[in-house]
Design a protein around this ligand. Structure first.
Ligand SMILES: CC(C)(COP(=O)(O)OP(=O)(O)OC[C@H]1O[C@@H](n2cnc3c(N)ncnc32)[C@H](O)[C@@H]1OP(=O)(O)O)[C@@H](O)C(=O)NCCC(=O)NCCS
Length: 312
């Protein structure tokens, strides 16, 4: 049996903060941010909106799209590094608020690679017949950990949530192969400080990401016995347009075959791949039986990719 995505949802908070808004509060410019990162604006949660609120909204959307009931969900995995509080987990908060009374629940912390890590975890539980449906949520409220004194990082991040129902799909469809990886020696390049703010060595992370995104994308194709020419769409983690372009070039794909939502949302960490996937589906760019490559990297350092044949 193959596990795949049978429903997808997303939630992005209303408040939009443009590069021009940031120009007013720090020494930066729209031109610098756009040309170095591809970001034009990002969304920030309201003060009274917590990570779990974003997660619940995306989860409800995914459940409705999948056409299942919350009671049918056996496990909830929430990929996040910006929990409301250390415990209870965001996953337990989601479980309560959507009424998934039969579900086990836990958070998973793999930073921006979190959505891929949780998708792959979900696949194991579905394919081993332990649970029929697993709810995966990638969610961050990064606005609460931004260091506003540090222009190197403050301009990069946004808030948002995406969710997927992972369940059984027909033969030949679903998650065909995956790669997960970690390199703890690079943890010092991207982390949360004792003051709960983001610290990053941008150049080191950039070098790592350019190398790893392309490599992981190629590896999952090899593992599935597929070639670059067969790829219909690349959904990369939306951290920096130059990093995304390097992965696209590695797969020799034309620009229109790569998802780009970074200009609207910035880097939403664990939420970004799912948000992009929803947007491409809604735009009608992904059809049944299309071959997708989802690939991400993040703090840890972590990385992950899946080759996914779309459709139920
Ligand atoms: C952060 C990043 C955009 C910086 O781009 P870069 O081309 O490497 O820029 P540099 O670090 O070389 O900085 C160039 C200059 O811009 C300045 N600068 C940094 N942030 C700035 C900002 N927001 N506005 C204006 N200038 C800025 C720097 O101070 C530096 O000035 P200097 O040369 O006078 O010291 C890039 O390194 C990056 O994207 N790294 C990966 C980050 C990432 O993906 N993180 C998330 C992982 S999930």
């Amino acid at each position: 049996m193959n596990a795949g995505i049978i429903g997808l949802g997303r939630y992005v908070p209303e408040k939009v903060v443009t590069n021009f808004d940031l120009e007013k509060i720090m020494d930066t410019s729209d031109e610098w941010i756009r040309t170095r990162t591809g970001i034009e604006e990002r969304h920030f949660a309201a003060d009274n909106q917590e990570t779990s609120d974003l997660a619940v909204a995306a989860a409800k959307d995914a459940i409705a799209k999948a056409g299942i009931t919350p009671e049918e969900i056996g496990l909830i995995l929430v990929a996040t590094v910006t929990q409301d509080q250390t415990f209870p987990s965001v996953a337990c908060m989601v479980q309560e608020q959507i009424g998934a009374v039969n579900a086990a629940a836990m958070d998973q912390a793999a930073a921006c690679a979190g959505f891929i890590y949780s998708l792959v975890t979900a696949k194991q539980f579905v394919e081993s017949n332990a649970y029929k449906y697993v709810l995966v949520v990638g969610v961050e409220k990064l606005s609460k950990v931004i260091n506003w004194e540090d222009r190197n990082t403050a301009v990069l991040f946004g808030d948002g949530a995406s969710a997927a129902i992972v369940g059984p799909v027909s033969e030949g469809r679903g998650i065909l192969s995956f790669e997960l990886g970690a390199d703890g020696t690079g943890g010092k390049h991207l982390y949360l400080t004792q003051q709960d703010t983001i610290a990053m060595n941008g150049r080191e992370v950039f070098k790592f990401a350019v190398r790893q995104m392309g490599e992981s994308a190629v590896n999952v194709l090899d593992k599935a016995g597929l070639t670059k020419e067969e790829v219909d769409f690349l959904i990369p983690h939306q951290a920096n347009i130059r990093i995304m372009e390097s992965a696209r070039e590695r797969l020799a794909l034309p620009a229109e075959k790569m998802s780009k939502t970074i200009h609207k949302y910035g880097n939403t960490s664990a939420a970004s791949i799912g948000i992009s996937l929803v947007e491409e589906l809604e735009a009608g760019k992904i059809k049944d039986d299309d071959l997708l490559v989802l690939v991400g990297f993040g703090g840890g350092l972590t990385w992950g990719a899946v080759a996914l044949r779309w459709g139920k």
